[in-house]
Design a protein around this ligand. Structure first.
Ligand SMILES: Nc1ncnc2c1ncn2[C@@H]1O[C@H](COP(=O)(O)OP(=O)(O)OP(=O)(O)O)[C@@H](O)[C@H]1O
Length: 363
């Protein structure tokens, strides 16, 4: 379990640069076995937040509890010991080039003083778990990006952590490798009972694997919760990022944004508007996706007809359990990841910022 209580991180002013409040009073709880996402635009504090969870950065104030241990009460030696319960996976893998895949996975076990026979046994099991038993003797330069990340995941799991932190773990991968790595993360979460906190600017990643997420902006949590709740919450900025449907100017009728679910599907919505009440309905935008293992959609409809009838229709839909909102152009922010600056990867693999075609991860 991860508990952050009113955590702040202020980087002091340096060499003429003003101080930066990177994380500004974040309270966050991730339950045992939960797969949680942290999303937000570039510079919103995502990486700093994840580094606060294992105290790679000490908070300026606030409390950090991981697996029942109050990390913020520990001295540096205590933090180093406690950090073994927290594995971490990075965007650029951070493997030792001079070591083989097996040597990389073995490294933390050597540092922890695990005996040679036990080390070899654990390394073989871990490489098997991540599907790379046959590449144990390969060096990082001989592996694809996806394979390197699998080695990094095996290494992060070597010390048998309770919590796994993933900082943009798929951002340097192509869509097929991204799908494979996400599937692996879900598998190890299920098999090992891990709690996973994943940072990403790619909403497709959140849709594919997360149970819950928080949206950060300027170091603050502006929205969050279980995805199934978020998507049925009125005016949710996180729902607008998960299933973006920006309202467009110039539609002929009244713009209405409808959230469809398995219980209130689009067929029923359209039947109510067009069939029962005779309104003229045009679908002008929308997306339907599997999120947290369930089917959700957000549709933007242009509805023309008698105003009174429209009000009756909207109320009837609400009574039937649909989330229905009047929309106006510009009422939703642009999707994160579209307006963000692409990051320089510094790696031979091309960075692929758009993963909208990530293969669906079986749950
Ligand atoms: N060591 C540091 N010293 C000073 N400022 C820092 C430091 N690390 C991060 N910052 C600043 O803190 C803010 C949050 O940065 P952070 O890297 O956490 O954001 P992010 O959401 O992860 O961004 P990105 O998606 O671009 O990686 C930014 O303004 C950044 O410049």
């Amino acid at each position: 379990m991860i508990e952050l209580t009113d955590v702040r991180k202020v980087f002091p002013a340096r060499r003429g640069a003003a101080e930066v409040v990177a994380v500004d009073g974040v309270t966050l709880s991730v339950a045992d076995g939960e797969f949680a996402g942290v999303v937000g635009p570039s510079g919103s504090g995502k990486s700093t937040l994840v580094r606060l969870v294992n105290l790679l950065e000490r908070p300026t104030s606030g409390g950090v509890v991981v697996d029942g241990q109050v990390l913020t009460d520990l001295d540096d030696d205590g933090v180093r010991r406690a950090r073994r319960a927290v594995g971490m996976v990075f965007q650029h893998f951070n493997l030792l080039d001079s070591r083989t895949a097996a040597g990389n996975v073995e490294h933390p076990l050597e540092l922890a003083g695990v005996g040679r026979t036990e080390r070899r046994r654990r390394v073989a099991d871990l490489l098997d778990l991540v599907g790379l038993a046959d590449r144990h003797a390969s060096r990082p330069a001989q592996l694809s990006g996806g394979q390197k990340q699998r080695v990094a995941i095996a290494r992060a799991l070597a010390a048998q952590p309770k919590v796994l932190l993933c900082d943009e773990a798929t951002s340097a991968l192509d869509p097929a490798s991204t799908g494979g790595v996400l599937e692996l993360l879900r598998q190890v979460r299920a098999e090992l009972g891990l709690t996973v906190l994943l940072i990403t600017h790619e909403m497709a990643v959140v849709r594919a694997v997360c149970d819950s997420a928080v949206l950060l902006d300027h170091g603050r949590v502006v929205d969050g919760g279980p995805l199934t709740e978020v998507l049925t919450r009125p005016h949710s900025p996180l729902a607008a990022q998960l299933l973006p449907v920006p309202a467009v100017a110039g539609g002929a009728g009244d713009l209405v944004r409808v959230t469809v679910t398995e219980d209130a599907p689009e067929g029923r919505v359209l039947r109510t508007l067009a069939g029962e009440l005779g309104l003229d309905v045009e679908v002008v935008g929308g997306s339907v996706e599997t999120v947290a293992g369930r089917r959700f959609g957000r549709l933007l409809l242009s509805v023309t007809g008698d105003d009174g009838r429209l009000d009756v229709a909207l109320q009837r839909l609400r009574d039937g359990g649909s989330l229905v909102e009047r929309a106006v152009p510009g009422d939703e922010p642009p999707p994160i990841g579209v307006h963000d600056e692409p990051e320089a990867s510094g790696q031979p693999e091309p960075a692929v910022p758009h993963v909208l075609d990530i293969p669906e991860v079986p749950r």
